[in-house]
Write a protein that binds this ligand. Sequence first.
Ligand SMILES: [Fe+2]
Ligand SMILES: [Fe+2]
Length: 200
Amino acid sequence: MNVDTIISKLNWFYSLELNQVDLYHVQSKTFNGRYSGVVFERCAYIEQNHVDNIGEKIKGLGGKPTVLGDIISSIIGKLAGELISMTSLEDTLAINIMLEQKAMKDYNDLIQKLHQEDNEDNDDLIKILQHNFVDEHLHTEWFRTKIIAIKQYEFTAKHFRAGTKIQPESQSREDIPKNPICSPKRAKIIKPRPIKTVKW
Ligand SMILES: [Fe+2]
Ligand SMILES: [Fe+2]
């Protein structure tokens, strides 16, 4: 791969990362006061590190960091305004996962290509790309875990409302072991809180 090709590929990442900084900033404001808001704020900071390390590498190769436009809209197929108007946390997380996965796929493709060239001059760049990939992977896994947690909570709240008897009717009192963990008193404690009180 010649230097111009590498620079143009890096400019693509530079643009995507910059778009993600903006998106996570907006999301951190949308979810202000919630734990997710803090996570998005932290994600924006990490994506800014990626902007900086890719930008430095482009300069080091003799290029000029260049924004190629609204990369996110071209990936998702929606305009930036539409994305920002999505205020449900689940939708937000799902969109974020799509973007992170696109970034991961493209980082991985470039890492593989550079590996195949077996050129020591690429080692520094490969390391930067790998580290960025790991960050995107961690973001993806957190978003995914949060979606599962929301689904799980909604399922519990729907099927096991506060009035639900945890102990099946058919089970006689004699069947209940003496272990305090399984006592009827304990069973009453295991009730989901009303969903509106959960600050994801
Ligand atoms: Fe990134
Ligand atoms: Fe990321």
